[in-house]
Design a protein around this ligand. Structure first.
Ligand SMILES: [Zn+2]
Length: 114
């Protein structure tokens, strides 16, 4: 076993953090994204959400996988344009558990959103 595997044993080698992914999306698309703006970018996100809805109903696992990736990519794009660090935002809101009840396994009533 190499030392690389030992130090990275808690995380798959090909895993990508939210922060890494947002930075990658920024590098690939930021110039275009800024020109399109938040409103234009939001429309693309909604289109991708619609495609995800279709894939959930009748898509193959391959199509479904691609649509999840697309929705996350467009969410990262909007976060870049709006100046939000997604990793930081998620850690702040969900890092200590459910925002509603504060537990790591949510105990909020079923009729409430979390
Ligand atoms: Zn909860």
């Amino acid at each position: 076993m190499s030392s690389h595997q030992e130090t990275d044993s808690s995380r798959p080698v090909d895993d990508v953090s939210l922060t890494d992914f947002q930075a990658k999306i920024r590098a690939m698309y930021y110039e275009k994204d800024v020109q399109r703006g938040v409103d234009g970018t939001f429309m693309w996100l909604m289109e991708e959400v619609g495609e995800l809805a279709s894939a959930l109903r009748e898509g193959s696992m391959e199509e479904l996988s691609g649509e999840f990736a697309d929705v996350l990519a467009w969410l990262a794009t909007i976060a870049n344009v709006a100046g939000i660090d997604l990793g930081q935002a998620v850690r702040k809101k969900y890092g200590d558990g459910c925002p509603g009840c504060g537990r790591l396994v949510c105990v909020c009533p079923m009729d409430e959103k979390p």
